[in-house]
Design a protein around this ligand. Sequence first.
Ligand SMILES: NC(=O)c1ccc[n+]([C@@H]2O[C@H](COP(=O)([O-])OP(=O)(O)OC[C@H]3O[C@@H](n4cnc5c(N)ncnc54)[C@H](O)[C@@H]3O)[C@@H](O)[C@H]2O)c1
Length: 296
Amino acid sequence: MIKKGGTYVVMGLLNTDSIAYATGKMIEDLGGKVIYTAQNERLKKIFFDRGCPYLSQEDKDTLDIRYCDVTVEDEVRELFKGIGDVNGVVHSIAFANPKTCLGNHIYTDAFEDIKQGFQISCASLATVSQFAQEHMPKGGAIVTLSFASQIAFPYYNWMGVNKAALEALVRALAREYGREHVRVNAVSAGPLTTKAAKSIPHFAHLARTWKKISPLPWDTIKDKQEVANAVLFLLGEYSKKITGQTIYVDGGASAIGGELLSHERPSKTMTAKRKAAAKERLERMRILQKQHQQGK
Ligand SMILES: NC(=O)c1ccc[n+]([C@@H]2O[C@H](COP(=O)([O-])OP(=O)(O)OC[C@H]3O[C@@H](n4cnc5c(N)ncnc54)[C@H](O)[C@@H]3O)[C@@H](O)[C@H]2O)c1
């Protein structure tokens, strides 16, 4: 999947709840070298002071974290210049002022906030891709993170608009950089408990909604790992001919219409019917085994 010894830049580390952290950790576990980026020096310090309470000092010492504010082109250019050749980049970055861009009403006259949200959450992928691909002489992969842009969820307002634009940008970048053998894709994830998610008004409502619309059980904490798995797939060798796509890792919520009926809702535990069938299978196997031992 991941190229052993390959270099992967994972952008958007805030704390160990970040999707960036789950992804970077997995890349490291599979033998890749990870360079994380935090937005600035202050946020890097916050990461070490209170963002990673469960990491040992040894683990902290091994983390390579650099700064990069994606709204500052020189910082993005310098980041990649300082790293050399890279195999893959994860753009796990978004921001929009929750007071003006998220909430009860879509209308706002805070155009500067709208522009800022668009620049950070969408346009920055083009900046990152431009400077990253110059350091991918043998090709590479860029993966960004999206959320349910095909439908409108309450409160998500301008961020929903930014995500729709981000997915359109993924297609445009895939078209441009294909000739360089650089692939660009997005993973559209279901709701996950992170700092960015907590700034979405009524995030708990969104998480509850997922229980009603996701055919598979969806865990807002544990399923970060499933999202990271898909990011790794898109970074690696098994997705060589996939580019310009948005892959949904959302429990299937994007594929169905309306709420699940009560008999369709996923159960965390096995239903009584499936339990009985499993017991019967086990019993049958025991009888067969016994007959075999008796030479029948
Ligand atoms: N958490 C969810 O429910 C969810 C679901 C689908 C998609 N996503 C997307 O996943 C991505 C990562 O978010 P997360 O949930 O891990 O939250 P997070 O808060 O841990 O990560 C967001 C990151 O964006 C960074 N950032 C903001 N402005 C920046 C700038 N100007 N320059 C550089 N970095 C900047 C923040 O510092 C932070 O590290 C985002 O694009 C988010 O929209 C999240």
